[in-house]
Design a protein around this ligand. Structure first.
Ligand code: TXA
Ligand code: MG
Length: 322
């Protein structure tokens, strides 16, 4: 059952309670409807990927009520401050380095060292974000590969019965997604054109934005390439036994003999495994390197449901390094 919440105080309060408890709540923004979850709750974020049927863990945008809140999770710089001043709240997303103490789940950012942050404008959206008091991860509220929804009815059509609630926020007045600018490198890059125009952004920055050229797209669109986050240790897939110099990424009951084990899920639950995947890779990488191990042996994960995205990421982590 998907609750439809009205955009009044009781509806807002209910949306906030649900989000804080790890539920999925779609809500309107000035661009498109987002499918929201507590960005610090990896299992809630895993559920986003499950209901959208995303075959990959694309990194998600985190939504905040104001720039101060956003810049507590990422490291800002003068260009980011300038753009935030002019365009926030509004249809602009900035990609910046995660702070070391950032509480956003690694799954939200698909294991990357950067995080996409945005401050939406509509008063209703602002109120929800303020009353939840946590960053909200929200991709567009459609099933993977389909058109982004700009009304409550669209969301119901796409995800009705699969998500906990929809906050009926009326029509999105822009109807096109936010512009995404990567400010995590030396020069600003336009990753996705959207609601804030290139011209307006360039005018504020006083310099041209570079664009992704064909071929480079895979490099810039994270989730596409392992090299954005590949562990230092080699990764061996489909492991049913373990060598003495390997750390084990377990799924279900582990084979005997591993000295260093991270269990994605003891019971073989794909949602739990998705939520723990990126933390597991990082932990085994750091601890395995410290112990002088040579590789991470990853047990087989079924290819069904979220298993497809988990295996996609594991294959990328295991692929020959660039
Ligand atoms: O207008 C919008 O941005 C809407 C509303 C709901 O806020 N959200 C949205 O999210 O369009 P989504 O998930 O459909 O698209 C997010 C895009 C993806 O293409 C993803 O690759 C990119 O943002 N992205 C997220 N984190 C990133 C990062 N750390 N580096 C580069 N790109 C990132
Ligand atoms: Mg989308």
């Amino acid at each position: 059952m998907t609750e439809i919440l009205s955009p009044d105080d009781p509806g807002l309060a209910r949306a906030a309670v649900l989000l804080r408890s790890g539920a999925l709540v779609a809500f309107g923004t000035e661009t498109v409807y987002g499918l929201g979850a507590d960005a610090t709750n990896a299992e809630a974020v895993a559920r986003i990927f499950a209901v959208k049927e995303r075959p990959r863990f694309n990194p998600l945008i985190c939504h905040y009520p104001c720039a101060d809140a956003a810049f507590r999770d990422v490291t800002s710089n003068p260009m980011a401050c300038r753009l935030a001043e002019v365009f926030w709240p509004g249809p602009l997303t900035l990609v910046l380095p995660r702070r070391p103490d950032c509480l956003v789940a690694l799954l939200t950012g698909a294991g990357l060292d950067s995080l996409a942050v945005r401050v939406p404008a509509p008063p209703i959206t602002q109120k929800v974000l303020r009353s939840v008091g946590r960053p909200i991860a929200a991709p567009s509220a459609n099933r993977s590969g389909r058109v982004s929804p700009t009304s409550c009815a669209h969301v119901l059509e796409e995800l009705g019965g699969r998500i906990d609630a929809i906050l009926a926020c009326g029509l999105c007045n822009l109807g096109i997604e936010s512009t995404i600018i990567d400010l995590s490198r030396d020069a600003p890059v336009l990753l996705r054109p959207g609601g804030a125009t290139r011209e307006a952004i360039e005018a504020v920055l006083g310099m041209p934005l570079s664009t992704i050229v064909a071929g480079e797209k895979t490099l810039r669109s994270p989730g596409m390439l392992a090299s954005h986050y590949a562990p230092g240790l080699a990764v061996r897939l489909g492991a049913t036994a373990i060598a003495p110099d390997e750390a084990l990424l377990a799924f279900g009951p582990p084979p005997p003999g591993a000295s260093l084990v991270y269990s994605l899920s003891d019971s073989g639950d794909l949602l739990e495994a998705a939520a723990r995947l990126f933390s597991g890779l990082r932990e085994l990488d750091a601890e395995g390197t410290r112990l002088g191990l040579k590789a991470i042996a990853a047990m087989p994960v079924p290819e069904a449901g979220l298993g497809e995205a988990i295996n996609d990421r594991l294959r990328r982590a295991a692929a020959p390094r660039a």
